[in-house]
Design a protein. Structure first.
Length: 142
């Protein structure tokens, strides 16, 4: 049987009991939580605003392309800060050596903390380019 617990002061005794009662050979995994749906909705809205308002490399891009561009920019900034994403991407040459292919970075794998950092990155990126956010001000603090 698979069980998931969110650690907190009230759940710890239950988690400890479950570990003590688990049969030999069972596994325990403790990991950071994945991003929240509200974070995903927020950064997708922000990416849409950026795509509609800001050119990149001399042209406008649709939201899907802009998402890939911004995630790559964010991942590079995290690397430079000495805090790479936990599932950082990699660049490989194409088989014929004429292109570079980006592998690995998926926003679906962001931890809560990484998604929050991505939202802050988007705020700064958009502010540098005078992006007007479509989201109401009171929801922008999420």
């Amino acid at each position: 049987m698979k069980r998931t617990y969110i650690l907190g002061p009230l759940s710890r005794p239950t988690v400890l009991r479950a570990v003590q009662d688990a049969p030999e050979g069972h596994m325990v995994r403790i990991e950071e939580p994945k991003k929240r749906r509200i974070q995903e909705e927020k950064y997708h809205a922000m990416i849409g605003d950026i795509a509609r308002q800001s050119p990149y490399a001399g042209r406008k891009w649709d939201a899907d392309d802009m998402k890939r561009i911004l995630v790559d920019e964010f991942a590079e900034e995290m690397r430079l800060a000495g805090t790479p994403l936990h599932h950082d991407g990699r660049l490989i040459p194409s088989e014929n050596g004429r292109r570079v292919i980006q592998l690995g970075i998926q926003t679906s794998e962001f931890y809560v903390k990484e998604a929050a950092q991505f939202i802050e990155f988007l705020h700064a990126w958009g502010a540098d380019r005078s992006v007007v956010w479509s989201e109401p001000k009171e929801r922008q603090a999420a």
